[in-house]
Design a binder for this molecule. Sequence first.
Ligand code: GAP
Length: 457
Amino acid sequence: MEKTFDLIVSHAKKTGFVFQGSEIYGGLSNTWDFGPYGVMLKDHIKRAWQKKFIQEDPNNVEIQAAILMNPRVWEASGHLAGFSDPLMDCKQCKTRHRADHLIVNFTNGEVNPEGWSNEQMEQFITEHHIPCPDCGAHDFTSIRKFNLMFKTFMGTLEDAKSTVYLRPETAQGMFVDFKNVQRAYRKKLPFGIGQIGKSFRNEITPGNFIFRTREFEQMEMEFFCQPGTDDDWFPYWRQFCMDWILSLGGNAENLRFRDHTPEELSFYSKGTTDIEYKFPWGWGELWGIADRTDYDLSQHMKFSGENLEYLDPVTNEKYVPYCVEPAVGVERLFFMFFTDAYDEETLASGDTRIVMHFHPVLAPVKAAILPLRKTYSDLAKEIRKDLSYDFECEYDESGSIGKRYRRQDEIGTPFCITVDEQTTVDGTVTIRYRDTMEQERLTVEEVRAKINQAIRF
Ligand code: GAP
């Protein structure tokens, strides 16, 4: 079975993981709302990140910085001057396009223009006579730079002095708070500051469902270390990210590392590797791991006038720490785990079942409590209440037991608990395993222990 883009998107919508944003008003282009199962999946992804990147790591801590930051932050970081996309307008149909995307799409991804100058891109588009994807004409304006930051105003005046920006990345919060965290928590290098939060980019060509949106959540960590040791920490974090994905059931065949070529490296980066995933349309960036050197802290020292150097208690030296950054978008991980989990199986009966093979840690609902007949409803509801103290449960009494199993398979619930006559006699229930469809009889306490074990991470 081919996991096409349409198949995955339609399953996400049909099962209520993701809805079109503002749908009853005709939508707002490329905005998506996450339904209850979608929120649960996102929360489990975030919790799994927090657990491994922060909680279990003795060096790392987490912050929540404000989304609106002093505009000088974006001058220092280079976003005001340089965070822009190369745009061309089609003079015939007046549509606007990213020059780099025109090239990538025209060559089916065989030519990657990252790092090219505007002149190089214009020349390639002219020489290859690349047409406008909307009207087919070849009549473009020259490239203009378009800044991707969303602007708004703070306070009652709408003038240049009150302009603020919605942050385009969470990372700058960690650089700006570096000294506060280091001092208040008496942190010694190496240590990381992580953050989960919304970022905003006025993307020119958002698309591919939740892959590229204008509002998204990032999970980023800035790992500060002594200059020179970044050469060890960079491969360490790169592998750590890949292992994290694999430990949550990511399919190794759909994942690869891709090192940035010197031409495509960001100006602040000494080395960058993307973990790429084979999305339904082809390979795309999932996670970026960059060696940002001392660029950001040095810039903030320059622009704020604050000394952000670190006094090494061992060598008594003062220096600006280097920084290795693993940065990922929650929605891209969502898309990846959702696509990998999707499966259609032909059963012995000849029926097809759609099943989401989520790792139990990620599955939105861990257990569905299903009374075999309505006479067992009260008992089943009690069991649901009791088990939901430990993990997410759902209660369902409508339709045949077979239909209820199918509904749970479609949202990836790893365990179905059936309450029947025997339960009223000895307190045992039937547990049915999603992937094998095998069943066994256990007490409620044994079920609780089994599920708690399966979701330990
Ligand atoms: N602080 C570095 C940084 O933000 P990035 O490569 O621009 O680097 C990091 O973004 C990650 O954030 C990407 O690998 C991707 O997972 C996610 N991301 C970036 N732009 C996005 C967008 N428009 N929609 C959804 N996710 C996005």
